[in-house]
Ligand binder design. Structure first.
Ligand SMILES: [Zn+2]
Length: 288
């Protein structure tokens, strides 16, 4: 993907290397309570527990000092800002054409774990979108995981993942996520899962629409980029993730769709660039 020299978004927040403040207080407070409770359960004396707590605090603060060495302008961070800027340009254009204004999401880079309006986020969850604060969250170690764990090397794999999360923001703005949310509790878990899958596949479709339009706007694609995105879509489908985790596949527990489905919808978005082609809910009878 050709990205150097392109516009960088102002909507990227970076919580890595923050001096601590509230974050440390929350971590320390909760940690202290847990240590004290566990200590008492294990029959430790209060003095010993206090010692543990002090050690724990010392370890935590040295950990925070390390994070301050993060370079907020390293090349991955700059690239993430360029990718977000490109989604802003594309979706602003799409919304303008429909006579509306695109409300841009924030993207928050964090390290390890992060407090969000949707609860505690962590690196292990992979990148995610929180509708309640309209933010995309990403721990950049995921970019490395795409290369190593998911065997999807190349910058465009990262772009696909961010465009997918922005796709969830589009669903939030369009009210699609809310419609699906309202069905929760009225449907069995297996039925509701089908709607969750449709949401995920539509976010892939939107990522494809972004790629189509970003290419027309700024000519960002390089040979092999599309394959890179498809490799990522293939690698992080739920069937792959589940079979790796459990050794078998449980269709009812799918929330992202199979690798095949993810590739199909991303491709469809990329080939058409047309929002009207993205009704992944059709078979479920929910209007898009
Ligand atoms: Zn998703």
């Amino acid at each position: 993907m050709r990205w150097r020299g392109e516009r960088e978004s102002d909507n990227v927040e970076d919580s890595r290397g923050m001096s601590g403040g509230g974050k440390l207080a929350i971590g320390g407070g909760l940690g202290t309570i847990i240590i004290v409770v566990v200590g008492l359960l294990m029959g430790k004396s209060p003095t010993n527990i206090l010692g543990d707590v002090m050690n724990n605090k010392a370890q935590q603060s040295s950990g925070y000092e390390q994070t301050t060495t993060v370079d907020p302008n390293d090349s991955t961070t700059k690239m993430v800002r360029v990718i977000l800027a490109s989604t802003e340009d594309v979706w602003s254009d799409v919304f303008n054409q429909a006579g509306a204004t695109y409300q841009k999401p924030k993207l928050r880079i964090f390290s390890g774990s992060e407090e969000t309006a949707c609860g505690q986020g962590s690196r292990a969850m992979g990148p995610f979108y929180c509708p309640a604060d309209a933010k995309v969250y990403i721990d950049l170690s995921f970019c490395e995981e795409l290369r190593t764990k998911f065997k999807a090397p190349g910058n465009f794999a990262v772009a696909y993942v961010i465009a997918h999360e922005v796709g969830h923001h589009i669903q939030n703005l369009m009210g699609t996520s809310e419609k699906v949310q309202q069905l929760r509790g009225r449907l069995s878990e297996a039925q509701y899962n089908k709607y969750s899958v449709a949401l995920e596949l539509q976010a892939d479709f939107y990522a494809g629409v972004w790629a189509n339009r970003a290419q027309k706007m700024r000519n960002i694609l390089e040979p092999g980029d599309l394959e890179t995105a498809l490799t990522a879509a293939n690698a992080i489908g739920d069937d792959k993730l589940q079979s790796e985790a459990q050794g078998y596949v449980v269709p009812d527990a799918f929330t992202h769709g199979t690798s095949q489905q993810r590739m199909y919808w991303f491709k469809r978005g990329y080939q058409t660039g047309d929002l009207n082609q993205g009704n992944t809910f059709k078979e479920l009878g929910l209007a898009n």
